[in-house]
Design a protein. Structure first.
Length: 267
């Protein structure tokens, strides 16, 4: 299958028009007429994951985080980004990135997070807009919120998420005896939405990249925050999108990267 046709299929469910204006959810690198035989899904495009792609004979890497975000003035092998671009071109590896277009979409990353918790009925937390051409004109946006069928204690929620995310650490802001009836999630860097979640009646926001002063402000308004980290809330990208990519790819082999890592070690 040509890369052009594959991307057209992906965009039917996850159109790039959903992304924020600052984002780069798109074909970051590649030839639309390239024949694709093997795809690898990954959170990040790094030397580690591209070496894996080369070893496994991958033609297309689909990542969550954009490979190209900041301006690239030079492509030189003695720079981190330039060396990686050169390596990918030399090995005929294309890069397609599904970032906020996937975060905002129905059946995207935030919905998958709630799927892991067994939460079926959910709404958009931060409504961005609606498009007549997307999902029958339904609203889309970042984050999800939901009323729980029955309350859950904070300790039980943390234990459940550690198990489902395969993460052994988290940061928590709030009372130790919190009983949760309504929950919100914004995967990745979403701590800025804690006041919005509070205004919509949520007892807690699950996210990553929480800052000190945000935590202090949250305490002032009695809003609980649970921070599993940027990696912790988004490393599930590959498993979340695997079934869809596999279903539209025909005979193309679809792999999940085995070399994504959390850059932080807790000591």
């Amino acid at each position: 299958m040509k890369l052009r046709e594959l991307l057209d299929r992906i965009r039917l469910k996850y159109p790039e028009e959903l992304q924020y204006s600052w984002d780069n959810s798109s074909l970051n690198l590649g030839d639309l007429d390239q024949d694709i035989n093997k795809i690898m899904l990954t959170l990040e495009i790094t030397n580690r994951t591209i070496d894996e792609a080369i070893e496994k004979g991958v033609d297309l890497v689909i990542s969550h985080h954009p490979f190209l975000m900041s301006k690239v003035n030079q492509i030189r092998t003695d720079t981190i980004k330039g060396g990686l671009i050169y390596k990918m071109i030399r090995n005929n590896i294309s890069a397609y990135c599904m970032h906020t277009s996937y975060d905002m979409a129905e059946d995207g990353l935030n919905d998958y997070f709630f799927d892991l918790l067994g939460i079926k009925d959910r709404q958009v937390l931060d409504v961005e807009s609606s498009l007549d051409s997307y999902n029958d004109g339904k609203e889309y946006g970042l984050g999800r919120l939901a009323d729980l069928e029955k309350p859950i204690e904070i300790g039980d929620l943390i234990s459940s998420l550690k198990d489902k995310l395969n993460i052994d650490h988290a940061r928590y802001v709030g009372p130790k005896d919190l009983l949760i009836n309504k929950i919100a999630v914004v995967t990745g860097n979403g701590s800025e939405f804690f006041q919005l979640a509070k205004s919509k009646g949520c007892d807690i926001l699950i996210t990553g990249d929480l800052k000190y002063h945000q935590a202090m402000d949250a305490l002032d308004i009695d809003m609980a925050l649970l921070d599993f980290g940027h990696y912790g809330t988004e490393h599930i990208f590959s498993e979340s999108v695997y079934n869809y990519i596999n279903s539209i790819s025909g005979d193309i082999e679809v792999l999940i990267s085995e070399r994504n890592i959390d850059p932080f070690t807790f000591v």
